[in-house]
Design a protein around this ligand. Structure first.
Ligand code: PLP
Length: 284
């Protein structure tokens, strides 16, 4: 017999018999809206909910895309981005921050000013520059602004090989991590999904120059939309729960691989990671 879903039990249970409250840390996310639900803030929200966090969502851009192609994007007014974040930080304690698509130097500046007011809070930066199916997700001034104002504040930055090349002019993971360290990035996870290797090899450089931890995963067949967003949001979730950086990254890598392994195809294009798998499996 199948157990009733957790939600149903709560609805019919008297208040005193509810499960004890659990810690639900809030994570402040900055990113673009992808209407296909594959990437961007929809991916972040699903990941954070699956991993027991509450998402506080600041939208930076509206994109026009489906699972097949990116058609265009429209950035929001940087002042509106800053105001969304300000309203949230006045209200709720924030356990971690995560940025995705920022799109322009002016929006990077708005985000950098917001996180400067939260100096103790870990920040995960996914340096989104392009859609994985092709098409830019930012203006010409984006890379320089990320390098000068946001990467130096990052607790963790999660570039793939293409983003390493754009940010540091080298796709060699060791040299890219060194160059990012020189900018002041605390820790760098160079992801291996875009590299032409049989298995996917991710490299975590902690206090770059000091330690490198390699983690190897069987490459899954298919092209997945929003896996980078999932990974960075999962790392932010685990940091929000108070894990060490190495634990947060390793747990985020496992969660992302498991989400991609269960991916599904909602449209005619790329597959989308099944991010709510832990919730479904608990409630079954
Ligand atoms: N954010 C938005 C709004 C996007 O549209 C995309 C890709 O299309 C991304 C982030 C990055 O997605 P991925 O996780 O596949 O790198």
């Amino acid at each position: 017999m199948r157990a009733p879903a957790r939600e149903t039990r709560h609805l019919f249970m008297p208040q005193s018999e509810k499960d004890p409250p659990t810690q639900t840390p809030s994570v402040l996310i900055f990113g673009g809206h992808d209407p296909s639900g594959g990437a961007g803030i929809a991916a972040d929200i699903a990941t954070l909910l699956a991993l027991g966090c509450h998402p506080l969502v600041v939208i930076t851009a509206i994109t026009v895309q489906n699972t097949k192609e990116l058609k265009r994007y429209q950035l929001l007014d940087p002042e509106l981005v800053a105001a969304q974040a300000q309203a949230l930080i006045e209200d709720a304690p924030i356990a971690a921050c995560k940025s995705g698509m920022l799109g322009s130097a002016a929006i990077v500046a708005a985000v950098a000013a917001t996180v400067a007011a939260l100096p103790e809070v870990p920040l995960v930066v996914d340096p989104v520059l392009h859609a994985d199916r092709g098409g830019r997700l930012g203006e010409d001034d984006l890379v320089a602004a990320l390098r000068s104002s946001l990467l130096p504040r990052a607790t963790l930055v999660t570039p793939n090989i293409d983003e390493c090349r754009a940010l540091t002019s080298t796709a060699d993971p060791d040299r890219a991590a060194e160059a990012l360290a020189a900018l002041g990035c605390g820790n760098v996870l160079v992801t291996g999904t875009h590299a032409a290797t049989p298995d996917v090899v991710h490299r975590l450089y902690q206090a770059p120059g000091d330690t490198v931890e390699e983690s190897q995963w069987p490459r899954l067949d298919g092209v997945f939309h929003g896996s980078g967003c999932t990974l960075a949001a999962a790392a932010a979730a685990h940091l929000a729960h108070g894990e060490s950086l190495a634990d947060a990254v390793n747990h985020a890598l496992r969660y992302t691989w498991e989400s991609v392994r269960r991916a599904y195809r909602p449209g005619a294009g790329q597959e989308v990671p099944r991010r709510l798998w832990p919730v479904r499996e608990v409630n079954r």
